[in-house]
Ligand binder design. Structure first.
Ligand SMILES: [Fe+2]
Length: 342
């Protein structure tokens, strides 16, 4: 995996970023998709709505084929300080998205806090009509969306306690796991890439109390992470933690050996919900919280910027740029397809 870490005060101008992308796409343009998470529209009037709006404007300028929102769209269906119903606000702002860009939602724990997801699922009946999970194919890439808030031992923590068991993604034989097993086995024969999306994190580095990683999903032959790694899922995108964390290529709870099937885990919670959580504590919570991660699994991250991801997929390469509200580049990396030539 080729990477470019984020220097502390280094930003690539927008015109240069565009030039780099266009050069890389000269022979095989592939396609692009964007990812956001944790917009929490209505949660904070000063940030949540305006950040989400600005990110959608940035995404519109780049015209990806689709946008995936990894959950915590809203705080709840209730009213915020401005007197706006936060679900209405979310839908109003999401309507800013160019109609040519397909929108795909993931269920976050805030969506699960109300009527066991029913309220939020009803906002997107085309996606959640048969459950909190679904998949689709786009140009030889397979995308699957899971609900992973409720099937974790810490789901009774404050903030998760009303996410009642939905599909049981980390439980072999459960309805959702059975669906995912069949979904991955039934991918079209010409599928080149597979990408997974959920809300809760497996390798996030925020370390915020009550927003822990789903530890039991990482290891064991039947763990959800192992299922994804064995299936060749190149990247799993999630939110929940309000930070950016990029793991190394992972297999079985640790860094993968060369040539092993592996997955990179990206925590993408930067679309408007409060960042820098824990910074006012004495002492402030440190970032990255490496004590919550297995050794040698953390690659890079930050929790002091709002951002979205722009991902370019070609036959042989997956490339992601992490971009802030001003268009500045915060991180980028490339994954070479296992079957790609030299
Ligand atoms: Fe959140």
């Amino acid at each position: 995996m080729r990477t470019a870490r984020r220097p502390s005060c280094f930003f690539v101008p927008l015109f240069l970023l565009t030039l780099l992308v266009s050069c890389a796409s000269k022979d095989d343009p592939g396609f692009t998709f964007a990812v956001v998470s944790d917009s929490h529209t209505g949660g904070t009037l000063e940030t949540g709505k305006l950040v989400y709006k600005r990110l959608l404007e940035q995404i519109n300028e780049r015209r990806p084929d689709l946008l995936v929102h990894c959950g915590d769209w809203i705080v709840g269906p209730s009213y915020d300080r401005a007197g706006d119903a936060t679900a209405d606000t979310f839908l109003t702002y999401t309507a800013i998205l160019d109609s040519a860009i397909a929108f795909y939602p993931v269920l976050g724990n805030h969506e699960g806090d109300y009527e066991d997801y029913t309220y939020s699922m009803d906002l997107y009946p085309d996606h959640f009509g048969s459950g909190g999970w679904y998949s689709f194919d786009h140009k030889r890439a397979h995308f699957f969306v899971i609900e992973n808030n409720s099937d974790a031992s810490d789901s009774t923590l404050r903030g998760y306690r009303t996410c009642r068991p939905n599909g049981g993604i980390n439980t072999p034989g459960s309805p959702q796991r059975a669906w995912l097993d069949a979904d991955l086995a039934g991918r079209p024969p010409d599928t080149r890439w597979t990408f997974g999306f959920g809300h809760r994190s497996y390798y996030g580095a925020e370390g915020y109390s009550g927003r822990k990683n789903v530890y039991e999903g990482r290891t064991g032959q039947d763990a959800i992470c192992r299922v994804m790694e064995d299936a060749g899922v190149a990247v799993f995108f999630n939110g929940d933690q309000h930070c950016y964390t990029r793991s190394r290529a992972i297999r079985g709870g640790g860094p993968a050996q060369a040539g092993e099937p592996s997955t990179v885990y990206l925590t993408c919670g930067g679309a408007g919900g409060r960042i820098n959580r824990g910074s006012k504590r004495k002492p402030p919570l440190a970032f990255p919280a490496l004590h919550e991660l297995p050794a040698d699994t953390y690659e890079t991250g930050f929790k002091d910027h709002y951002f979205f991801l722009l991902c370019r997929v070609t036959e042989d390469r997956f490339h992601a740029d992490v971009i802030d509200t001003s268009g500045a580049l915060l991180d980028s990396f490339t994954i070479k397809h296992p079957l790609a030539g030299r």
